[in-house]
Design a protein around this ligand. Sequence first.
Ligand SMILES: [Mg+2]
Length: 382
Amino acid sequence: MDETPWRKKAKEQYLDKVRGGLFGGAVGDALGYPVEFLSEKEIRARYGAAGIQEYERDPRTGLALISDDTQMSLFTANGILYGDTRRNMQGITASPSACVPLAYKDWYFTQAGTVGRPGDDRVSWLLDIPELYHRRAPGNTCMMALASGRTGSVRMPINQSKGCGGIMRVAPLALHYQLRSREWLDMEGAEVAAITHGHPLGYMPAAVLTHIVNIGVYGGCEKGSSLKDAVEEGMETVSRLFCEDRYLPQLQELMEKAVSFADNDRSDSENIRRLGEGWTGEETLAIAVYCCLRYPEDFTAGVIAAVNHSGDSDSTGAVAGNILGAWLGYEKIEEKWKENLELKDVILEMADDLCYGCLISEHSSYKDPDWEQKYIRCQAKR
Ligand SMILES: [Mg+2]
């Protein structure tokens, strides 16, 4: 008897949260992208005293554009699912952090090459999506690390970058894996960031984010049921994993501020200014977590707060959107953010794939031609 429909049904209850986490990140990214390089003063001069509140749409396409944060998140997802499928079909097991670099190679190609990467070494069906070939201010560290052909890890860092290019793309890991040890998962979050970012403050925050987002979807926080509990448990776990790291106290101190600021009377812009600008991993995490704790029930208010500052608005917006989306679910995201978002269908398709995972295997008669097309032949479905 084929059990797959039952297994698919079992995952269905998580679909709204998984969609929320991936789509929410794209919303924050697209909202923040037009103001990434503007100071707070410039943002308020251009959009009014409250700052940017709605998508600024591209005049040519009429769409709110996603940036490298969402592009790379999609490739992270593609790499994870390629690896899972290879395991199911060929019995080749590799950790996600071993498969994701193959997909990042494909992403690098979209930024540096021409459409339609040929050859047998592609792993990503996303290469068939022309819109992903646009360059949207890709981070230098990611570009240089991938151009070098080397793959970094926590033990073997390839540079000393603590930019937020590591943390802003790891959420798919947290959205996909259920029933795995959370320490293992947090460490994989750090490893996926360390592929390109070798400084501990570039990869430790990615582990914390992984923890928080995974609880948002699958629950199981031992400290309690609130977002604050999950943040604190994430920090405790990462503090254990990296107990000897000399940069850990810096991350801990900043995160304690982010948590305590959520309850004070100061304005968001004042609080965010005291947390930094979000160009580095630890500041991106702190700003995003602050905004989510400030507005734990309000996706819109959280992402708006996360982008209206002088720093790296699209990345802080993306990470805040990942967290709130995973905790609140896709249904709780206002309709206005779902309209006119670039590649929204691709983002939802990838979210659904992340949720259900690979249901085909060499031992089962269950067939899924679309899945085979995407994750075995590595081509978009027709
Ligand atoms: Mg960006």
